[in-house]
Design a protein around this ligand. Sequence first.
Ligand SMILES: [Zn+2]
Length: 104
Amino acid sequence: MREMRLVETAIAYPLACACGSQQGPLVDTQITNHQGRLYLCTRCVHTAASLHGYASPEEVSALHEQIDVFRGQTAELEEELQQARDQRVISVGELRRELAATPQ
Ligand SMILES: [Zn+2]
């Protein structure tokens, strides 16, 4: 199977995507059949990708933004946790239990 490649314009007949669009960029599938070379426009690639369950570029961008927010929140929580560990305060009862459980 030949490698697909991205081209700005179709150079082989029918000079368009299977849907008829000539709007580049187009994926040149390198496949030729009785109707000519098979090209795919961005809209057709997005439609096919969506049907296969792939996220749209907009969805991917929104997810990346969410990941950045979650990373920031995680870093803040890790810092709070470390501060809480550093400033650990325990009750007298808890201290007695810890001392009782400590081997002599
Ligand atoms: Zn198309």
